[in-house]
Design a protein around this ligand. Structure first.
Ligand code: PLP
Length: 405
């Protein structure tokens, strides 16, 4: 059944406002999504009435926050179908999750001359931590390129993988090209050589049902603020067999079993990777966002988002001089483009004057800019609360602005 978008929009009060005198059209969802009232109220409830640090005291509020925090872990576990809740580590977001894996996996498994594979379309968050890890261990970073249409050259994977490959990291969905990568196929190929795979799900989790056991990925990472939750919270899923062998990332309270000056021993999973006071209010809001999504027919939301991006793509393709970057057969979430003769920043600023929020810039993906030989792009990105009317208004605005140049 088609989702009732006007009813859904009522849950997102922020959408009901004017910007520069025009109704807000929010097309910057790949950067961050808006939060439904259910998430805002849940977070408020814990800030207003039930705030206490978790896992420490025995008083009423501390018990409530501890219970809610661990229940949130269980909600995330169910959302991605992890085998065990201890395989879900709360982090500040995708960036921290990847840094954690790059550091701790590197400490345990990477030696001089070993190789790590990423792809040319990664967000900087899935490049730089691996570069830092390679630098620390004198390892080599190898890059799987993509074709001009935005599809990965996975035919090259067999040549990229060698006896020295130790881990492969790839985006589920590209934040610039919108490509939905064939992660199942990539994981299967890597596993033939016993190579673990990290999936950067920052743009995947918002648009697809995730089943980490069916995917058989070794790590899956994503951010709360990109799936209608608060900022500063995210998740790292890791198979227990890897997490158990990896040393802690940060040291401090909570992650220890016992501390003496002679020797410190570490806590069990997941706490070994959650040093210090975690963002428990964020985790509770994150779970509320997941519950919000789950309370709808998820498949109908996914289908609706697909229709939105297909409609927007078809419309934009009608504009002469507009070039879309990435035309893979399966795309989700984002459309990046430029219009001949208009600087992307001018376009972004003028669209804002019309109440339309898009992202402009290098989109934390310098290698993608280099691939196409451009400095910047404009990105429109969609969520299930966007409408076909908004896409029509966006199309008309682009036609109007183009005529001004
Ligand atoms: C594909 C991808 N990976 C990683 C990130 C980093 O996410 P965060 O800033 O929430 O850590 C983003 C954010 O835009 C992204 O799109």
């Amino acid at each position: 059944m088609a989702p009732d978008i006007s009813k859904i929009r009522k849950d997102f009060p922020i959408l009901d406002q004017k910007v520069n005198g025009k109704p807000l059209i929010y097309f910057d969802n790949a950067a961050t999504t808006q939060r439904p009232i259910q998430v805002i109220e849940r977070v408020d409830e814990f800030s207003l009435r039930i705030n206490a640090n978790i896992h420490r005291a025995t008083h009423f509020m501390a018990n409530k926050t501890t219970e809610a925090f661990e229940a949130s872990r269980e909600t995330v576990r169910q959302f991605i179908n992890a085998a065990e809740a201890v395989e879900v580590i709360f982090t500040s977001g995708t960036t921290e999750s990847i840094n954690l894996v790059a550091y701790s996996f590197g400490e345990a498994f990477i030696s001089a001359g070993d190789e790590v594979i990423v792809t040319e379309m990664e967000h900087h968050a899935n490049i730089v931590p691996w570069q830092m890890m390679c630098e620390r261990h004198s390892a080599v970073l190898k890059v799987m390129p993509f074709a001009d249409n935005g599809e990965l050259h996975i035919d090259l994977l067999d040549n990229l993988i060698t006896d020295k490959t130790r881990i492969l990291a790839v985006a589920h969905v590209s934040n610039t090209l919108g490509t939905v990568n064939p992660i199942g196929e990539i994981i299967a190929k890597a596993h033939l050589k016993n190579i673990p795979v990290l999936i950067d799900g920052a743009q995947g989790a918002p648009h697809f049902k995730i089943d980490v056991q069916a995917l058989d990925c070794d790590f899956y990472v994503f951010s709360g603020h990109k799936i209608y939750g608060p900022t500063g919270i995210g998740a790292l899923y890791g198979k227990r067999k890897w997490l158990d062998q990896m040393p802690p990332f940060l040291g401090g309270g909570e992650m220890i079993d016992s501390v003496t000056f002679a020797k410190t021993t570490y806590n069990q999973l997941p706490y070994k990777f959650e040093a210090g006071t975690p963002n428990y209010v964020g985790a509770i809001g994150f779970a509320a966002a997941i519950e919000y999504i789950q309370n709808h027919d998820r498949q109908s939301l996914i289908d609706y988002e697909h229709d939105l991006i297909m409609t927007a793509t078809a419309k934009l393709k009608q504009i002469v001089g507009l070039k879309i970057y990435g035309d893979a057969p399966i795309k989700a979430g984002v459309i990046c483009f430029n219009i001949d003769g208009i600087h992307p920043f001018d376009l972004g600023t003028l669209l804002d004057q019309l109440g339309i929020a898009v992202r402009t810039g290098r989109l934390c993906a310098d290698p993608v800019m280099d691939h196409y030989g451009v400095e910047n792009m404009v990105r429109a990105s969609f969520a299930f609360y966007n409408t076909f009317d908004e896409i029509e208004a966006f199309y008309k605005a682009l036609i109007r602005l183009k005529a001004m140049f």
